[in-house]
Ligand binder design. Structure first.
Ligand SMILES: Nc1nc2c(c(=O)[nH]1)N[C@H]1C(S)=C(S)[C@@H](COP(=O)(O)OP(=O)(O)OC[C@H]3O[C@@H](n4cnc5c(=O)[nH]c(N)nc54)[C@H](O)[C@@H]3O)O[C@H]1N2
Ligand SMILES: Nc1nc2c(c(=O)[nH]1)N[C@H]1C(S)=C(S)[C@@H](COP(=O)(O)OP(=O)(O)OC[C@H]3O[C@@H](n4cnc5c(=O)[nH]c(N)nc54)[C@H](O)[C@@H]3O)O[C@H]1N2
Ligand code: SF4
Ligand SMILES: [Mo]
Length: 706
């Protein structure tokens, strides 16, 4: 194979288009393909550093080349595929016989192709017979998804193509740092930026917030965790100043009266005392948002990853609906999906309450439809399981999960309260991890199964716009690794499951089309041939239709066609204020690293740029705590302690400290995060946790304090 392959980046949901061209394999140390940006409406040829360097992982020295089995000596040893798969199947059968099918759990990922995610959900329900499947999208999109479903009756991150943003006059970015998390995205902000209408709400002065310096943009820097109050205040002003699009609200929504009553007490001065955002700023912002055509409101993890994340996202939607934005040409509301297939990953059945096509697993009609496609009786499909955090809390507990299969998550770094997760993994009878590297989670496994990487496989992904795109194979995989579809099929066979498990991604997609047909996320009109021709395919795409680039033009997805305004309110207990001596820990991302860092910490250039976690502190806070830039510090609470160096910067509020979550071991931010969850979405509280920061003596190499 020497032809170039048009494909997309292995990392985030922007899924930048790239061309991979195989190089001569003469030098085994150099990447087997070159990467070039490819023109596409989302990235317009641009890539970020992670995309440019992505090929370095294809032949990285630390890549796994054979299955690993934990031996009697406690160490991992190379094994043959038959040995490894036989061992897994035998152990699973034993656990199932002793403890029942729900003692086997599956943890999936939003980076899996649609085909893998679909087959994983089918494998769990039919080959394992378990209800215990959930995935890392629970940590990512669940609050936004719950809010979208509640308000619109459907959850598609962006209900419009990204290019629509180009014509915007005003864009409100709530808790998202796209300049670092999706760099080519900022090209689509240029219009609003030039029109003086870029507004960024973030407790940190991020690279995205700095984009507001040009023109007359606005950076709003609220107390972390107070976005709900801020949004209630904006809604209050919109109603009080008669900025509501009354005709739209009357014709296209329900629930206005109770919403109006619910925000009556959130006058701007009260909101100012809660959020720290001046009442004048709030009024100015409300007027700007209502000033005419071309307004978009977008949310990211900063407002969603909270115990009240669903309500906060709901308030953002309420604001958008009052202004008449969703479905109106040139305006809109959306949330920025995160992982490569964060959108498709939540549509085809790896969520504990779902079947393919975004169907509900408790809905008898949905069960009957999927059972027909799978060739089983509806009763053969287990009921709903439990969401990710609850699943992990049950590891090794009485009545809980005793064996876990992990596909696409480094959960011992990225889950909340990771010390407790690690204890849970230690209690398991069997941990099986499919990965291309010995991630921190894989290193704890009893069996590690090495798999193909993006440039070595075919499939589809669904980007942040709900557009289905093709992942294409540019090179052959190393001899010892296998495709995950093959692994699932081989395990299903060994578990004597009679349902079909195809290993050709196109055949799996053909089955997914049928399974999704008639569902909310209907893919039945999409096929590989049209995607290969470059046709734009946005779901819902029923057979015989032309797909749906823009949702909500005429109706919302609830039976009455209207959107629901849902009154939400602030729970005082959601974000307790820091006590004297405490700071609010804010977590998030750096440009150079992806997620748990399992991949990007292995890319020399990225690692060199950001080799360690740095705790960002405001100069006034650092001064008070006697901490100088570069000092060693401990960031601690009752759950754990992170040890790292301090970075003193005015980019953060004095009441907060920031840590990226890309690092492991003693630098894992999730040692400090709480596994309390949002009651509606089961999203954990990643973004605001209380901590204390102290300077500690640096140890010399001999372990002596300096
Ligand atoms: N470089 C890089 N890019 C990525 C990823 C990555 O790991 N690295 N991951 C991908 C994935 S899966 C995702 S989900 C997306 C996430 O993309 P983003 O949502 O942009 O990422 P975060 O950095 O998690 O959070 C965004 C901002 O929220 C702010 N924030 C924290 N607490 C609050 C709060 O209480 N209120 C408000 N208003 N803001 C707050 C943080 O300061 C941060 O700047 O990025 C995707 N792209
Ligand atoms: N404190 C804090 N914690 C967070 C967040 C935060 O903002 N703050 N953000 C959360 C969010 S939004 C997310 S999305 C999660 C993500 O966190 P994780 O779920 O840990 O995501 P990754 O680090 O991408 O881990 C993916 C793993 O699967 C492997 N992998 C990649 N592709 C495949 C594949 O196709 N198949 C298989 N089997 N393996 C594959 C990679 O090598 C890697 O080891 O972290 C969450 N955790
Ligand atoms: S922005 Fe996302 S999709 Fe684009 S190159 Fe960077 S990581 Fe890849
Ligand atoms: Mo995410």
């Amino acid at each position: 194979m020497s032809r170039s392959a048009p494909t997309h980046c292995p990392y985030c949901a922007l899924q930048c288009a790239m061309t991979l061209t195989p190089t001569d394999a003469a030098n085994p140390a150099s990447p087997p393909v070159t990467v070039a940006g490819r023109d596409f409406p989302t990235n317009r040829g641009g890539l970020c550093k992670k995309g440019w360097t992505s090929a370095e992982l294809l032949r990285a020295p630390s890549r796994l080349g054979a299955p690993l089995l934990r031996g009697a000596d406690g160490a991992l040893h190379e094994a043959s595929w038959d040995e490894a798969l036989d061992h897994v199947a035998r152990s699973l059968r034993g656990i199932r016989a002793l403890h029942g099918a729900d003692a086997v759990g599956v943890f999936g990922g939003g980076g899996l192709t649609n085909e893998k995610a679909y087959l994983l959900g089918k494998f769990a329900r039919l080959a394992l017979g378990t209800s215990r499947i959930d995935y890392n999208g629970r940590y990512c999109m669940s609050s936004a998804a719950a809010a979208g479903n509640r308000a619109f009756g459907v959850d598609r991150g962006l209900p419009f193509p990204l290019e629509d943003l180009d014509g915007a006059a005003t864009i409100l970015l709530l808790g998202t740092n796209v300049a670092e998390t999706m760099p080519p995205f900022i090209g689509h902000l240029a219009g609003a930026q030039a029109a003086g209408g870029l507004v960024v709400v973030d407790p940190r002065r991020t690279a995205t917030a700095r984009l507001t310096d040009e023109g007359q943009g606005l950076h709003v820097q609220p107390v972390p965790g107070t976005d709900l109050a801020l949004l209630l205040g904006l809604i209050h002003v919109v109603i009080a100043e008669r900025l509501v699009d009354a005709e739209y609200v009357a014709q296209r929504t329900t629930g206005f009266e109770s919403l109006r009553r619910s925000v009556a007490s959130w006058w701007p001065e009260r909101v100012q005392s809660t959020t720290g955002v001046p009442a004048l700023t709030l009024r100015r912002l409300a007027r700007r948002l209502a000033s005419g055509e071309g307004t978009y409101i977008l949310t990211g993890r900063g407002v969603e990853q909270h115990v009240d994340g669903t309500d906060t996202a709901t308030a953002a939607i309420n604001l958008a609906l009052l202004l008449g934005l969703p479905g109106r040409p040139g305006s809109g509301y959306g949330t920025l999906t995160g992982q490569g297939n964060g959108q498709g990953g939540r549509e085809h059945g790896q969520k504990c309450d779902q079947l393919p096509g975004y169907r509900k697993i408790v809905d008898p009609e949905a069960r009957a439809h999927v059972a027909r496609v799978w060739g089983v009786e509806p009763d053969a499909i287990p009921g709903p399981g439990v969401p990710a955090v609850e699943l992990l809390q049950s590891l090794g507990m009485p009545g809980g999960v005793r064996s876990l299969l992990v596909h696409g998550s480094n959960l011992v770094v990225s889950s909340p309260n990771v010390a407790a997760v690690r204890e849970g993994l230690d209690r398991l009878d069997l941990l099986v991890v499919c990965d291309f590297f010995l991630s921190e989670t894989a290193a704890l496994a009893d069996v590690v199964l090495p798999i193909t990487q993006w440039a070595e496989e075919e499939g589809t992904m669904t980007n942040l716009e709900g557009r289905v795109i093709r992942r294409r194979r540019a090179i052959a995989p190393p001899a010892g690794v296998r495709d995950e579809l093959w692994i699932l099929a081989e395990l299903a066979r060994r578990l004597e499951c009679t349902a079909t498990f195809d290993t050709d991604p196109e055949l799996v997609f053909e089955e997914l089309r049928l399974a999704s047909e008639g569902g909310i996320a209907d893919y039945s009109g999409i096929d590989y041939a049209m995607l290969d021709r470059g046709e734009a395919a946005y779901w819902p795409y029923p057979r015989g239709s032309a797909g749906t680039p823009r949702l909500f033009a005429d109706r919302f997805a609830h039976p009455d066609g209207r959107a629901k305004l849902v009154a939400v309110t602030v729970r005082a207990s959601a974000h307790p204020a820091p006590q004297p001596g405490e700071l609010t820990l804010v977590t998030g991302r750096l440009l150079e690293h992806y997620q748990s860092g399992a991949q990007t910490r292995r890319v020399p250039e990225l690692d060199a740029a950001q080799p360690e976690a740095l705790a960002a502190l405001h100069p006034s806070t650092a001064d008070r705590l006697g901490i100088a830039d570069g000092d060693d510090v401990e960031v601690a609470n009752t759950r754990g302690t992170v040890r790292c160096r301090a970075r003193v910067t005015t980019d953060i509020r004095p009441d907060a400290v920031f840590l990226p979550f890309h690092y492991a071991d003693a630098q894992a931010a999730n040692l400090l995060t709480s596994d309390a969850v949002d009651p509606i979405s089961s999203m954990p509280e990643f973004k605001t946790n209380l901590v204390r920061v102290t300077r500690v003596a640096r140890l010399t190499e001999a372990g002596v304090p300096t």
